[in-house]
Design a protein around this ligand. Structure first.
Ligand code: HAM
Length: 416
């Protein structure tokens, strides 16, 4: 029997993991500088948490969740996104009592049973952040700038930032009624998928990828033109802060996003290096969600960004160099006594903070040198009877090729 990984999942192999670690280090650094502290939540939660937050009628909840009963019969779901779990933890542990504004970041696997294609997996990884406790449009913009800073430090471009306001519970109901009237007029010419959404989730019809739907809804009213004063002022301030920070953006009145919890700001960052799945990151404000999940009314805003899609963009546009780090030293040993010496020296130098490798396969000297090259070792030292007797060996710099004699007791200082 041959085992294969599950469709839509991906092994991150050693030749790729260096880049992943590099990207994660950049993410951690950007989050740290902006004051976001990491939160790690479990990979599964009660199913109702996601249904309640993401929305009962969304594609994620109706079609894409990995939901299963555990042995006690409780319905559990592998998390399809991070926001719901982060808010559940925020409420459960009363984090709001520690400070009026809580800024959290996360990075980890998410699960959605979508049709796999380039940039769309069933297990994928996101990094993201949530800020809880402030209504300030500054935080909406901070959520756009956090992923943009990460992309900037990785040299990713060109990127497009699309923003919209999806209104609030005051202005959205009246707008939705107007939209339903407009959509009903063209109902017969909409795709079956959009037809099904007209009554229950009409705003999603506007961001349908179907060309016919797009044509039919060209004259449909857009929420950004029907905002209440509070939402309009907020949206204008977001734009003015984007201008002030020199961040290019487009207003896209059709941007709705696939999750129902948003109020006011919604945004997406796309890359033309990606195909049809071109969203690198998305997010927005959700001022009602904490209360909806049983907490005290607390405004919030956040974003999440796909790591696999970022890797695709990095590969296409030239990944950052120097992500493969070889050992500082490879000790090649010629006979049994020197192999024993090499083994204990390797362990000793590792304890002192160096990455050191030696041969474990009793290979010929030539094969060991080939291995040191393959591993991209910075230095190589060959040890045999002569070196052990002399108490010194030749240390070779593998890039420059220079060699010098180093007393074995001073190997550590020679590596610095
Ligand atoms: P989302 O737009 O569903 O938002 O996902 C964010 C990002 O995750 C996408 O832009 C994409 O890069 C990546 N992604 C989503 N699905 C897949 C998939 N099947 N395969 C590969 N990558 C994928 C959220 O998840 C919200 N929780 C964002 C948020 C946080 N809003 C407020 N706070």
């Amino acid at each position: 029997m041959k085992f294969r990984s599950i469709k839509g999942t991906k092994d991150i192999l050693p030749e790729e993991s260096g880049l992943w670690q590099h990207v994660e280090a950049v993410v951690r650094s950007v989050m740290h500088r902006a004051g976001y502290r990491e939160i790690r939540t479990p990979v599964f939660e009660q199913t109702a948490l996601f249904a309640r937050s993401i929305g009962e009628l969304t594609d994620i909840v109706t079609k894409e969740m990995y939901t299963f009963p555990d042995r006690s019969g409780e319905s559990l779901t592998l998390k399809p996104e991070g926001t719901a779990s982060v808010l559940r933890a925020y409420i459960q542990h009363n984090l709001g009592e520690q400070a009026p504004l809580i800024k959290l970041s996360y990075c980890g696997p998410m699960f959605r049973q979508e049709r796999p294609q380039a940039g769309r997996l069933r297990q994928f990884h996101q990094f993201g952040a949530e800020a809880l406790g402030s209504q300030s449009p500054q935080l909406d913009v901070e959520m756009m700038l956090l992923p943009l800073h990460v992309y900037g430090e990785l040299g990713v471009k060109p990127l497009a930032l699309n923003i919209n306001s999806v209104g609030c519970e005051k202005c959205r109901p009246a707008y939705k009624d107007k939209l339903i009237v407009a959509l009903t007029k063209v109902f017969d010419r909409l795709s079956p998928e959009s037809q099904a959404r007209v009554q229950q989730n009409p705003m999603r019809v506007l961001d349908s990828k179907n060309e016919g739907d797009q044509e039919m809804t060209q004259a449909a009213p857009l929420i950004k033109d029907h905002l209440c004063t509070e939402c309009r002022t907020h949206f204008e301030e977001v734009q003015s802060l984007l201008h002030a920070t020199g961040t290019p953006f487009e207003i896209n009145g059709r941007l709705v996003r696939g999750l129902d919890y948003y109020t006011k700001t919604a945004f997406e960052i796309t890359s033309s290096a990606l195909g049809s799945q071109d969203a690198l990151a998305g997010g927005g404000r959700y001022d009602l969600l904490v209360e909806e999940l049983g907490g005290k009314a607390t405004p919030g805003v956040g974003f999440a960004a796909g790591l696999e899609r970022l890797m695709i963009v990095l590969e296409k546009t030239g990944a950052p160099a120097g992500t493969m780090r070889g050992p500082d030293l490879f000790i090649a040993a010629i006979d049994d006594p020197s192999r024993r010496w090499a083994f204990s020296k390797t362990q000793e130098l590792r304890k002192r903070g160096f990455a050191v490798e030696t041969d474990f396969l009793q290979r010929s000297l030539k094969a060991q040198m080939r291995e040191a090259n393959r591993q991209q070792a910075r230095f190589v030292m060959v040890i045999g009877e002569t070196e052990l007797q002399a108490g010194a060996g030749r240390l070779k710099h593998m890039v420059g090729g220079e060699e010098r004699t180093v007393p074995l007791g001073e190997l550590e200082s020679a590596l610095v």
